[in-house]
Design a protein around this ligand. Structure first.
Ligand SMILES: *[C@@H]1O[C@H](CO)[C@@H](O)[C@H](O)[C@H]1NC(C)=O
Ligand SMILES: *[C@@H]1O[C@H](CO)[C@@H](O)[C@H](O)[C@H]1NC(C)=O
Ligand SMILES: *[C@@H]1O[C@H](CO)[C@@H](O)[C@H](O)[C@H]1NC(C)=O
Ligand SMILES: *[C@@H]1O[C@H](CO)[C@@H](O)[C@H](O)[C@H]1NC(C)=O
Ligand SMILES: *[C@@H]1O[C@H](CO)[C@@H](O)[C@H](O)[C@H]1NC(C)=O
Ligand SMILES: *[C@@H]1O[C@H](CO)[C@@H](O)[C@H](O)[C@H]1NC(C)=O
Length: 470
């Protein structure tokens, strides 16, 4: 049987009704699928080869009679992305895994190909299957398996017993990677003479994991300076030397044999804390030597924006600098003394920047003004200012009464809640007294010619009526 292509297998499936009937059936499936709004089970059943069974997450091909020769291709990429398990057993035509076969199975976690005739696994076979964890290739025809296939993966189980592995350097990584597990799987390899040997006993003279050494091992320099790093590798088979870094700074590399020089010129502060690594890689494995660039530079305030209100009020800022800059705030040219009500908070530290807030606790329009941030380290200073407007009206939306702070001294100074209560009491008493005084005036004016005279309650019952009726 030929390879499985999407859409074609239904029509080419042998011995399963006439061509026209299959066509009909396919359309019925499509119609039902559309009508139901979720045709997945039907569709995948249709796309599944006859020797396999497919559910929404698993494909299993175990029928020996109609062996597949490559991984099934389901109807849509979305369906393939949902597959986490592929189980293939007793498929006598299944002999290789190519670059593209598993490309669309991006969420594949378990893969079993067992008791089949798997002979060749391409170096890029699992390129897209970064979630692959469990790989069982037991009882196949593998004579070698390259370490490079697994380099980018985080495999937890690898089962290889029952394969005619050669006692070659290319398979040495299996012994190193499996450790004691190699013995519990009773992994053996075949020597040139045909003898079988426990893989754990395999020793080969010129077959070892390489070494890489980066020097100097630490770099602390001013921005704008130049740096030269050298990497020396060793090992047999002789390793490939690979520099790995993502830098803004311009660089050139000069390699000769096992030694390579990396020249960085005019170091950019943007590369502070970036990693530079040198790798030595051969068929047995890889070693890496790395460092973090420590680039000294004067502070730069990269952001200072308008105050925003969350739990607290915040004047957001971002500052870069190495060593870490000391931050000072000024409010209308007076130094802000930080404390309980106003304080600098750093919320996030990235490779080269500190992101934070000047945090203000219930500020009011009294705190409006020009806020200036000064960042300083031993290489220089930077400053920036922002105009802050706090619009909060007294008594609105907060249980707490507003408190007026003078941020240039510690804490609230003008008034406390107790002071305010006292003020209300005084104002209240004054108001009552003033009203009393007005009443007295009215009484005195009308009291003289009133027919009721200034006598007891009668007066107090009538005066207001008289005042109102006029
Ligand atoms: C894939 O799985 C998700 C969640 O399990 C499901 O909603 C979606 O319909 C599936 N897609 C396909 C094509 O099967
Ligand atoms: C594969 O075939 C063998 C016999 O040849 C059988 O014992 C085994 O159960 C089969 N495996 C599966 C998964 O069907
Ligand atoms: C998939 O692999 C996990 C271990 O990683 C295992 O526990 C689980 O049973 C496997 N599932 C199948 C269907 O083989
Ligand atoms: C097993 O692989 C070897 C090559 O490594 C090949 O010559 C042989 O035909 C394969 N055997 C089977 C049964 O496929
Ligand atoms: C690799 O897998 C193990 C468990 O299988 C997990 O604990 C670990 O975090 C994974 N590492 C990465 C880098 O994904
Ligand atoms: C170094 O880089 C800075 C900007 O990153 C640039 O302004 C300056 O001209 C460069 N100096 C030299 C000597 O190339």
């Amino acid at each position: 049987m030929s390879a499985w292509g999407p859409g074609s297998r239904a029509l080419s499936s042998p011995g399963r009704g006439s061509r026209s009937w299959r066509c009909c059936w396919w359309w019925v499936v499509v119609v039902i699928g559309v009508a139901v709004g979720s045709g997945d089970p039907w569709m995948s059943a249709e796309a599944c080869p006859s020797s396999c069974s497919c559910s929404s997450t698993r494909i299993s091909c175990v029928h020996p009679e109609q062996s597949i020769n490559a991984f099934p291709v389901l109807q849509s990429e979305a369906e393939m992305e949902n597959i986490t398990d592929i189980y293939i057993a007793n498929q006598s035509s299944f002999s290789s895994i190519s670059d593209k076969d598993l490309h669309d199975y991006k969420n594949l976690r378990n893969l079993t190909v067992t008791n089949s005739r798997l002979t060749y696994v391409s170096k890029l076979a699992f390129q897209s299957n970064v979630k692959l964890q469990y790989l069982n290739l037991k009882d196949n025809n593998l004579s070698s398996l390259s370490w490079g296939i697994f380099k980018h993966l985080n495999i937890s189980y690898l089962i290889l017993s029952g394969n005619p592995l050669h006692c070659s350097c290319e398979n040495m990584w299996i012994k190193l990677w499996l450790g004691e597990e190699a013995d519990s799987q009773e992994l053996r390899c075949i020597e040139d003479g045909g003898g079988r040997k426990l893989l754990s006993r395999l020793t080969l003279p010129k077959c070892e994991v390489p070494m890489a050494t980066l020097s100097p091992s630490k770099v602390t320099v001013m921005e704008g300076e130049n740096v030269e790093l050298s990497c020396t590798t060793s090992g047999v088979p002789s390793p490939q030397l690979i520099w790995d870094m993502v830098l803004v700074t311009g660089h050139e590399i000069e390699t000769s044999g096992q030694i390579s020089l990396l020249r960085l010129s005019n170091l950019s502060s943007l590369d502070h804390n970036k990693k530079i690594s040198c790798k030595a890689e051969n068929i047995v494995g890889e070693k890496e030597s790395s460092l973090l660039l420590d680039i000294l530079f004067r502070p730069r305030i990269t952001k200072l924006s308008d105050a925003v209100s969350d739990h607290h009020w915040c004047i957001p800022f971002s500052v870069a600098g190495n060593p870490k800059p000391i931050l000072t705030w000024y409010w209308d040219d007076k130094v802000v003394t930080e404390g309980q009500y106003i304080t600098t908070m750093i919320h996030d530290i990235t490779e080269r920047e500190y992101h934070g807030c000047l945090q203000l606790d219930s500020p009011t329009h009294f705190n409006n003004g020009r806020y200036m941030l000064v960042a300083e380290n031993r290489f220089g200073t930077d400053q920036r200012e922002v105009e802050a407007h706090f619009m909060q009206k007294p008594y609105e939306g907060t249980e707490k009464e507003p408190i007026y702070y003078d941020f240039t001294t510690e804490g609230p100074t003008t008034e406390t809640p107790e002071d305010r209560v006292a003020v209300y009491v005084v104002v209240g008493i004054a108001a009552v007294a003033f009203t009393g005084f007005l009443l007295m005036l009215v009484i005195l004016k009308f009291g003289g010619n009133s027919k009721f005279g200034i006598k007891g309650c009668v007066l107090f019952q009538n005066i207001p009526v008289e005042v109102v009726s006029r």
